[in-house]
Design a protein around this ligand. Structure first.
Ligand code: CTP
Length: 403
């Protein structure tokens, strides 16, 4: 997901290790990356453009223009469009030319004109790698802001054993994933999200519940995860699959949700309380199934803890606390009261009067009201898109309190 839609240029130099780029290309394409291969003329002796074009699903570039039809391969445009330029394997010769600013092939011209981050993964014989000239070139390239994916140690093509092997495709992929995830806006942040209904037991077979599907909270948890946060999702009973990469803690009752929230909240930077928590729970839970003996039947209820009000009162400076309000009437007024009463940074209001908003559906129509009374009204959208709008507000608030 992280790499989906990213555009990566891989520049291949003349080295035996060029074969490893076939596997790397496959790994990247599988992750949804658009791969553009640029080969130096020498590299074509080591691996064929045909192999790489088939794996990258893109024609391979090597010359400034196509001699058959005169089509110009614009190196400036290539460098501008890319999210990353990876030069792998980077030969001693190409590293030297990059350090000097030489520009005698399409790859070097693309490197010089690229505005995106540049990684290079050297591969060469151990003595070439150790040579002070190569080391000086590498140091110079690093000082320009390029990042090196260091070569590994092992048996080299020459038969000698030492440092100089191109990093394995999986290692290069890990480097790329780390790079993109470190640049995510919520990297290093912990988020706590609640979702779904709670079930309040009446007896061993019956409960009081509500129609919440959990879809909104799950979409928010997924979105926060995509933005780099470490997410804990405390979920009431739903039929939704657990979101990948999110720690999901299933609970049943309001009390269980309260206990878990109390545990995770102090560590969290972000709390999104989207669960539809029961306001009342049976005063007593029958230990055996209640029989239908009497004509009328009354269950006495007691108030549950207001989880959000409890946590809001303990809010620390680093925390963004978000609540929800599902209202049927006096929407704005009720939501604003909740915002103040529960000490929130903002509240997400959905009205039951809006078609397609609220419980069960895949869409929602929200208004976000912030502590300083700013109102942002949104159109009816999918819950995924709504989650993105909410997360934009969260990022803005986190940036503000951390500035
Ligand atoms: N909430 C909570 N604990 C409860 C009840 C609600 O944490 N026991 C949270 C919800 O998750 C939501 C916000 O408080 O983020 C508002 O919930 P809502 O049911 O709209 O408001 P209430 O405070 O319960 O008020 P009322 O039901 O009277 O409208």
């Amino acid at each position: 997901m992280l790499l989906q839609g990213k555009r990566i240029i891989i520049g291949i130099c003349g080295s035996i290790a060029a074969y490893k780029i076939a596997s790397l290309t496959r790994l990247l394409v599988k992750k949804g990356v658009g791969v553009q291969i640029i080969m130096t003329p020498e590299s074509k002796e080591f691996i064929t453009p045909l192999t790489l074009a088939a794996l990258s699903k893109n024609p391979v570039l090597s010359d400034y223009y196509n001699p058959q039809n005169g089509e110009w391969h614009n190196h400036v445009e290539l460098g501008l469009k890319a999210d990353l330029l990876l030069i792998a394997p980077a030969s001693a010769n190409t590293l030297s030319k990059m350090a000097q600013g030489a520009c005698d092939n399409l790859l070097l011209a693309t490197y010089l004109s690229a505005r995106c981050p540049v990684f290079f993964a050297p591969a060469m014989d151990l003595d070439m790698w150790k040579h002070p000239t190569t080391q000086a070139n590498v140091a110079k390239l690093i000082s320009y802001g390029n990042k090196v994916i260091s070569p590994g140690t092992g048996e080299l093509a020459s038969g000698l054993v030492g440092e100089g092997r191109l990093a394995e495709p999986e290692e290069i992929l890990e480097f790329i994933v780390d790079f993109f995830s470190n640049s995510l806006p919520l990297k290093g942040k912990k988020a706590l999200v609640t979702a779904g209904p709670t079930y309040e037991a009446i007896d061993p077979v019956r409960f009081i519940g509500n129609h919440s599907s959990g879809k909104m909270g799950y979409a928010i948890a997924e979105q926060l995860k995509r933005l780099g946060a470490t997410v804990t999702l405390i979920s009431g009973p739903t039929s939704l699959p657990k979101p990948a990469g999110v720690t999901t803690i299933p609970v049943l009752s309001a009390q269980q949700m309260f206990d878990n929230c109390k545990e995770y909240f102090p560590e969290a930077d972000i709390l999104v309380m989207s669960a539809a928590v029961a306001d009342y729970t049976p005063l007593e839970v029958a230990t055996q199934k209640i029989k239908k003996i009497t004509e009328d039947f009354t269950i006495q209820l007691k108030k549950t803890n207001d989880i959000l009000a409890f946590l809001g009162a303990q809010k620390q400076k680093k925390q963004t606390v978000v609540g929800f309000a599902l209202e049927t009437n006096n929407e704005l007024e009720n939501a604003k009261n909740k915002l103040i009463r529960k000490n929130l940074d903002f509240i997400v209001l959905n009205s039951m009067q809006d078609q397609g908003a609220g419980f069960g559906s895949d869409t929602n129509k929200i208004t976000i009201i912030s502590k300083n009374n700013q109102e942002s009204k949104y159109q009816l959208k999918s819950k995924t898109e709504v989650a993105k709008d909410i997360c934009r507000h969260i990022i803005e608030h986190q940036n503000f309190i951390n500035s």
